[in-house]
Design a protein around this ligand. Structure first.
Ligand code: AKG
Ligand code: FE2
Length: 327
């Protein structure tokens, strides 16, 4: 991999969409059209006026930094458990055939008690959150989680409008969503022990939609249709939104899952918080009626959202679904 910085994306390719009409309950028709053209293009865009306050974002980021500043043995006390909640040490994310990602992370999901029916039923990736013994960590992250989830629910309506569906099309599949929120920490690249390790190897996200906060350092790169990599630099006050494999499947590739990666070239610690906003475990992902027609046959078999995601988390992040880890 070259060490040179790629050119930044152009604003036409990766636009900034102003979410104000959506958040204020105004007329979102033009915004839905803008979303559609963004998703038919690079399917990678920034959102502004998303309704999540800067204080909420800053508090979450500072809690995350404090966690990764803890000694490794303290972090390991909350190592990821059988619900895939907690600390994922360096090297955990390892796509087959590539070097391990040069990052560690901390996973938080919807907080379900052990006696919740979905946990009792052993649904993958469902369970209680783990919290380290770190005062002032849990509250800001729970606030951030709730705020981004609320934004995500609005965004789902906009996705539905943009595909000529009724507002509830996606929201109805989010009554018990399989959200994974990941606090990411990327050490400087020169700490790589394996030359093939970069911050986050090229990938597409697994689920429906990802809402990403990245710190001011930069390092996120997106692959253009011609295969070139371009930088998606941090823009103050925005989130980056990108689509995952379930969205591509659901829309029959009308909307695409865009490959992206992280290369932390600046010699400093980088932090980010992707929020993988995935549907209910049992959501059936079958070609949307407005995304097929003569000349555009449905290309993907129907999948169950939670099984699809759990399988990819198992392959790439060493997740052991219930039943396999408990025996
Ligand atoms: O850290 C980032 O900016 C992006 C992370 C990412 O793409 C992922 O975790 O799927
Ligand atoms: Fe990603």
């Amino acid at each position: 991999m070259s060490n040179s910085f790629p050119q930044p994306v152009s604003l036409e390719e990766v636009p900034t969409l102003d979410m104000a009409p959506l958040i204020s309950g105004g007329d979102s028709r033009r915004l839905a059209q803008a979303l559609r053209s963004a998703c038919e293009g690079m399917a990678f865009f920034y959102v502004t006026n998303h309704g999540v306050s800067q204080e909420t974002i800053d508090a979450a980021l500072s809690a995350s930094k404090r966690f990764f500043d803890l000694p490794l043995e303290t972090r390991l006390k909350v190592v990821k458990d059988r619900f895939h909640r907690g600390y994922l040490p360096l090297g955990t994310t390892h796509f087959p055939g590539r070097g391990p990602d040069l990052k560690d992370s901390y996973d938080i999901g919807v907080d379900l008690p052990l006696d919740h029916p979905d946990v009792v039923a052993g649904l993958p990736l469902h369970g209680p959150n783990q919290w380290p013994d770190l005062p002032g960590f849990r509250e800001p992250l729970e606030s951030y989680f709730a705020a981004v989830r609320d934004f995500g629910l609005q965004l789902l309506k906009l996705f539905a409008y943009s595909l000529d569906l009724n507002a509830h099309f996606f929201v109805q599949h989010y009554t018990r969503p399989t959200i994974l929120m990941r606090l990411m920490h990327y050490p400087p690249q020169e700490q790589a022990t394996d030359p093939t390790s970069i911050g986050a190897t090229a990938h597409t996200d697994f689920g429906l939609v990802t809402v990403l906060y990245q710190d001011p350092l930069g390092g996120l790169e997106v692959q253009k249709p011609d295969g070139e990599w371009a930088a998606a630099p941090p823009v103050p006050g925005t989130f980056v939104v990108n689509l995952g494999q379930l969205m591509a499947r659901w829309t029959n590739d009308v909307y695409r899952a865009t490959p992206h990666r992280v290369v932390n070239r600046l010699g400093k610690e980088r932090y980010s918080i992707p929020f993988f906003f995935n549907p209910n475990h049992d959501a059936q992902v079958a070609c949307i009626s407005t995304c097929t027609g003569p000349g555009r046959p449905a290309q993907y078999p129907v999948v169950t959202a939670g099984e699809y995601i759990a399988n990819l988390v198992q392959i790439n992040q060493g997740y052991q679904p219930p039943g396999e880890s408990d025996t």
